[in-house]
Design a protein. Structure first.
Length: 269
């Protein structure tokens, strides 16, 4: 969202900090269960000052969605436009998606669980962005099938397989751990591509090509692009055209995980 007229440069810095704090709070307690009083307590702002920066509680949710989906779509559109082997592009897309998830775990958690609280144009825009992302994944999968790299299969089912393997990483991944986005993408795609590939497809240099691609990139995650022609809204990685509903288990405890000292609420069964 562009800075309103009359606001100094410190305004946007403070506003982004408030959005981060709200994302952590919503991830822990849930959007619906978090009141303005709790946001005031966490941010240390008076009620009037809080609304000066955020406008409304729902606008906080909109901004959280934006931070996830807008940078992801920038990356994925760029990848799909490349004149490259579609299998290589899928590998790039996989890594971009995982980088986005690992960079914004609180935001992704809120998207996956709280998007239903969006209304009207905000909800419509989020759903439109999600569909665009899924369509781009499907486009690459179909291209790989048509090129003979992947066997023929239902493109919608293939898309769901690809996204299901990636999208729930946020439930268990440990920030700063040994399993970074590049490693996870390599392992996920090795599993998926071996199952998808045609017996005639061989690309033993895929990992070498990815290393070359990574070396040329200036930045891993593009920043969100402000839009002035439609209301702020969001989508986010990408829950597949269905409803979220999985159970997270780690070290014997269902539904709990921690990141940076914060415990997120249980995933719905």
């Amino acid at each position: 969202m562009p800075r309103p007229p009359g606001h100094g440069p410190g305004y946007e810095i403070k506003r982004q900090d408030i959005i981060d704090q709200a994302a952590a709070l919503f991830a822990k307690n849930g959007y619906a269960s978090t009141g303005i009083a709790e946001i005031i307590e966490v941010t240390g702002l008076a009620r009037g000052a809080l609304y000066y920066y955020i406008g409304s509680k729902e606008n906080l949710l909109v901004e959280i969605q934006n931070r996830v989906m807008e940078p992801l779509l920038v990356s994925v559109r760029r990848i799909v436009a490349l004149d490259e082997d579609p299998v290589l592009c899928l590998r790039m897309l996989s890594q971009a998606l995982l980088e986005n998830i690992l960079a914004r775990l609180d935001h992704v958690w809120v998207y996956e669980h709280d998007y239903r609280n969006l209304r009207g144009a905000n909800l419509s825009r989020m759903l439109r962005q999600r569909r665009e992302f899924e369509d781009l994944v499907e486009e690459l999968l179909v291209a790989a099938m048509e090129a003979g790299s992947f066997r023929k299969m239902d493109p919608h089912l293939a898309t769901r397989q690809f996204l299901n393997m990636h999208n729930h990483t946020y439930q268990w991944v440990e920030p700063g751990g040994d399993w970074d986005a590049e490693l996870l993408s390599r392992e996920y795609c090795a599993t998926l591509f071996f199952g998808f590939r045609s017996p005639d497809y061989h690309n033993e240099h895929l990992d070498d090509r990815i290393r070359e691609y990574n070396a040329k990139r200036q930045t891993a995650i593009p920043q969100p692009i402000a839009t002035n022609d439609e209301p702020a809204g969001a989508g986010a990685p990408v829950e597949q055209r269905g409803e979220p509903g999985t159970r997270s288990k780690k070290r014997g405890q269902a539904g709990a995980r921690s990141s940076g000292g914060r415990t997120r609420r249980a995933d719905p069964a």
